[in-house]
Design a protein around this ligand. Structure first.
Ligand code: BDP
Length: 682
């Protein structure tokens, strides 16, 4: 993808670590593709094809007397741009840049080195078209200041969860069997990849902070500092997941009570040492009082008190605390219909709105449950106007095929970001989180050769970063960008047929996955523990709060105010009414909000039971087609990649059929209603 740049004459102006990164990138590209990179203009009148410059590094405006100015005076066009942007420097911000082209020179101008780096990657994305006459002038700035990746990496391989919790891409990029990886070249390449996607922050360790990982805060801090050193030149700041009980585990205190002065002191000094080692450290991420993790509840304190204590520790250094809202009772009595896991985050956090410090970000999963293939948008996001809120999505495909299935999640995340909680005229989720906490994706990358296990799952990492930068971007267009960057003639691929086929395979793959798995917003019909493949009643009588309530008459969770858990009441209008109403509730979320009979008629005219049958047959059939379509790329892409995807598609076909058969049979046996089309149901 660097081919277009590498073949040209490039001028890079400015100083600083990230400007060096830009120079280095271009130097490597030129060595490969035969261009030239310069640090300054040596001869008057020397022309370049591409100029990347910090505005502060541009020479003073040439005056008439400088007609023979040895530098840009000879190129009046560049001086004009310089003048133009000096006029409104605040327009660019710390990460923004201007990209424009006049008189056959493509120019990137940025006020800060980070902007120049992102400008470089924009030019890379555009390829040849960055050098065409069609390129108009535009200012690019990220919608969100925080565009973050969370790794769920363990230092010690966990006996059940392995090296990376919910990781489907080989081992951790950072640790192996309890030790840091010595060679960080891969981490450096990862930093480059993150920057190319627009991501600027990363936690390196699991939100479930086990014993060894707890030590990353203190005696193993050097390991984090080493990672930070490698990611820094790509504009990626390191954050750390911390154990709320660290003062007990590490500091030998008797308590982790957030109001205890000794505890506060302990965090203050531990944090000071962190900043001594990592001056640009981003801050802490905390999973507290959730799924067995310690938290403030043990001391009768609120989550605001817990979060604020840590916020005070990082505040002097400009750090932030991402405090996760994923708090619910995972030991509930399944016979008790009065508790509803979907309600939990709102019930815990909304009463605390306005009580968090300015540098606390409440990090909310995009749906009220847990990264299911289809959920409504979490009502928490719109309900805390006095709090900074971030939305968290899961790039690692825990519930969406575990990187064995093709499932491009861009359309799902885009629909979350575009959702307008107060109706079409109100602000969107993207607006809300852009004003506060930003966008967080749980990483899907690991030590695997293709980074993400399934090579096509890379598109999810890419889309996560790009949507954080520009939430209104069309996810199909982002996929197209990713295809162009990944499969191109420079890597020996035959680009056009590859592009066509990948769109066929990936554009709708999320909806296809939904079709053959859990219908109409029901979720969680997965095998307990590892969460791969169907298990119709796997979670039905467990303490996790994830039920579908199927019986002989119908299926779905009644979350209405009228007769159910009242969850619909957590939404503002118009959604509260829409979800409450059986008539208005969108089909795809029907069973999330309502318990209905199998013969209930959907908006699409089908009955619930017939829809379940139809989508499962259609989804599995579509996957078989996808397998065939992929085979058309034999010989057109890297053979190792081709073979990997062949094997994965075999598994996807098998798994989709398994889903189809088990789900259809289950609902047939429950309902006794035969398939109107007479297809085999067992
Ligand atoms: C669930 C995962 C679990 C995570 C948890 C979380 O199954 O491994 O620890 O989310 O987000 O989806 O904390």
């Amino acid at each position: 993808a660097f081919r277009a740049i590498g073949a040209r004459r490039v001028l890079v102006l400015g100083d600083g670590m990230l400007v060096e990164t830009v120079r280095e990138e271009i130097t490597v590209a030129c060595a490969r593709f035969g261009g030239q990179v310069r640090h300054r203009q040596d001869q008057a009148g020397e022309r370049f094809d591409l100029v990347l410059a910090l505005t502060g590094a541009l020479p003073a405006m040439p005056t008439a007397a400088d007609a023979g100015h040895p530098f840009l005076g000879s190129d009046a066009a560049i001086a004009t741009w310089q003048y133009g942007w000096r006029g409104a420097p605040e327009a660019l911000g710390g990460e923004g840049f201007v990209l424009t082209r006049r008189e056959e020179v493509t120019v990137v101008l940025a006020d800060e080195p980070r902007g120049l780096l992102y400008g470089l990657f924009e030019v890379v994305r555009l390829g040849e078209s960055a050098f065409g006459s069609g390129l108009g002038a535009a200012i690019h700035r990220p919608a969100m200041r925080l565009r973050m990746i969370n790794h769920w990496d363990n230092v010690d391989a966990h006996p059940v969860m392995g090296q990376v919790e919910r990781g489907y891409a080989g081992g951790s990029l950072f640790w192996q069997d309890g030790l840091p990886r010595r060679d960080l070249a891969r981490v450096q390449a990862y930093g480059r990849l993150l920057a190319a996607c627009g991501i600027n922050a990363a936690t390196v360790n699991n939100v479930n902070v086990h014993r060894a990982e707890t030590h990353l805060l203190t005696d193993r801090l050097g390991e984090v500092a080493a990672i930070a050193r490698v990611l820094r030149p790509y504009g990626v700041r390191v954050h750390l997941s911390v154990n709320f009980a660290a003062p007990i585990v590490l500091g030998a205190l008797a308590t982790a009570d957030p109001l205890d002065p000794a505890v506060r002191d302990w965090w203050a000094s531990a944090t000071r040492r962190v900043y001594e080692a990592i001056p640009d450290f981003g801050g802490y991420v905390v999973k507290a009082d959730s799924e067995g993790q310690p938290g403030p509840f043990a001391y009768g304190r609120s989550h605001a008190e817990g979060a604020d204590m840590l916020a005070d520790a990082v505040a002097p250094f400009g750090g932030v605390v991402h405090w996760r809202a994923f708090v619910y009772n995972h030991r509930q009595d399944w016979r008790d219909r009065s508790t509803d896991r979907a309600r939990a985050a709102y019930d815990h956090f909304v009463p605390l709105d306005g009580r968090f410090r300015d540098n606390v970000i409440v990090q909310v999963k995009h749906g009220p449950m847990d990264f299911q293939v289809r959920e409504p948008v979490s009502p928490v996001i719109a309900a805390m106007p006095a709090t900074r809120v971030a939305v968290e999505v899961q790039a690692t495909q825990e519930y969406t095929g575990q990187q064995r299935h093709i499932c491009y999640l861009g359309p799902l995340w885009s629909s979350v970001l575009r959702f307008a909680p107060h109706g079409p005229d109100g602000s969107t989720v993207a607006d809300i989180v852009a004003g506060g906490g930003g966008f967080v994706a749980v990483s899907n990358a690991g030590a695997d050769h293709f980074w993400t296990g399934h090579p096509l799952a890379q598109a999810n990492l890419y889309a996560a970063g790009r949507l954080a930068w520009q939430p209104t971007a069309d996810p199909t267009a982002l996929l197209d960008e990713w295809i162009g960057l990944t499969f191109n003639p420079a890597t020996g691929d035959d680009a056009e047929p590859v592009r066509r086929t990948l769109h066929l395979l990936m554009d709708d793959s999320w909806r296809t996955y939904e079709q053959y798995t859990a219908p109409l917003g029901i979720g969680f019909m997965v095998r307990p523990g590892h969460h791969y493949g169907p298990d119709v009643d796997g979670y039905e009588y467990t303490p996790w709060g994830t039920y579908h309530f199927a019986d002989r008459d119908g299926v779905g969770v009644d979350r209405t105010r009228a007769s159910g858990t009242g969850f619909t009441g957590q939404y503002p209008e118009p959604w509260s009414q829409i979800y409450e109403s059986l008539d208005d509730c969108p089909d795809e979320l029907l069973l999330f909000f309502h318990h209905v009979g199998f013969r209930h008629v959907l908006h699409n005219g089908s009955t619930v039971i017939q829809h379940i049958y139809d989508t499962h047959f259609a989804g599995a059939e579509r996957v078989a087609e996808m397998r065939q379509q992929w085979h058309e790329l034999d010989g057109l892409v890297d053979p190792a990649l081709f073979t990997r995807v062949v094997a994965l598609l075999e598994e996807q076909v098998r798994s989709a059929e398994e889903w189809r058969d088990q789900i259809n049979t289950y609902f047939f046996r429950k309902s006794g209603v035969p398939d109107a089309k007479g297809r085999p149901i067992y």
